[in-house]
Design a protein around this ligand. Structure first.
Ligand SMILES: NC(=O)c1ccc[n+]([C@@H]2O[C@H](COP(=O)([O-])OP(=O)(O)OC[C@H]3O[C@@H](n4cnc5c(N)ncnc54)[C@H](OP(=O)(O)O)[C@@H]3O)[C@@H](O)[C@H]2O)c1
Length: 223
């Protein structure tokens, strides 16, 4: 039976490809973008507008979707940062990146909770990055990006623990190094490859997987 998926950051890159593959296989897809996205409209996917860092817009999104069951929420919207060295850092840049990558998935999740509770799968996917792995951080740099994704991983585990009694599955997922505006042309995976692999993983997730940090191929990543 078709499910309902809400995907943030659906205007381009990995989010757009999630929408493309999900709609192609007959799922009901709601793509969230901060401005109208022609590529998403071309797919015939329903678009809802919200800047994920704008609490009023996210709350309004929740109200527009009130009464609709949502099976899977994919918190995918994200930004990178050029602040690679201590001298590049500013509080403003740290706050900008944390707002999108770490805080917004929780705020969007909260707004979607009524729909998710009404859904059959109760699955929340936070798109993280292996750059958020503290264990794997041997190279440094990318301060705001790495720290924001590490924070997202921690928030995902807290969410998993809070929602475990309700049968939710909450995971944080590295999508691979993907050829998008963020990943660049030298990335090892195309969006179709990365998304096909991730959807294959998501389809098999159960409540027993909640709280895991997964690679795009389903393997466990170190925190
Ligand atoms: N590509 C990679 O190699 C890679 C690797 C690891 C993790 N990731 C993660 O994968 C996710 C998707 O990345 P991508 O490669 O597809 O990046 P992308 O091509 O740069 O796309 C980013 C998406 O996020 C949206 N977004 C950014 N800020 C937003 C905001 N405030 N409100 C709403 N939407 C916002 C963008 O919308 P606009 O079009 O409006 O800007 C766009 O749709 C991100 O979380 C990223 O950190 C990517």
């Amino acid at each position: 039976m078709a499910g309902t998926y809400v995907v943030t950051g659906a205007s381009r890159g990995i989010g757009l490809e999630f929408c493309r593959q999900l709609s192609k296989r007959g799922e009901r897809v709601i793509g969230v973008t901060r401005s109208p996205a022609p590529a998403l409209a071309e797919l015939g996917v329903r678009t809802e507008l919200a800047d994920v860092t704008n609490p009023a817009q996210v709350a309004a999104l929740g109200q527009r979707l009130a009464g609709e069951a949502v099976d899977v929420l994919i918190n995918n919207a994200g930004v990178s940062s050029k602040a690679n060295r201590l001298d590049d850092l500013s509080l403003e840049e740290l706050a900008r990146v944390f707002a999108v990558n770490a805080s917004s998935p929780l705020v969007v999740t909260r707004a979607m909770m009524p729909g998710l509770r009404a859904g059959a799968r109760r699955l929340i996917i936070n798109i993280s990055s292996q750059l958020g792995s503290i264990t794997n951080n041997t190279g440094g740099s990318s301060y705001p990006y790495r720290a924001s994704k590490a924070a997202l991983n921690m928030l995902t585990v807290s969410l998993a623990n809070e929602l475990r009694p309700e049968g939710f599955t909450c995971v944080t997922v590295h999508p691979g190094w993907v050829q998008t505006d963020m990943g660049g042309p030298n990335a090892t995976l195309t969006p179709p490859q990365a998304v096909a692999s991730m959807l294959g993983v998501f389809d098999k997730l159960t409540a027993g997987d909640t709280g895991r940090f997964l690679n795009y191929d389903g393997k466990t990543l170190p925190w």
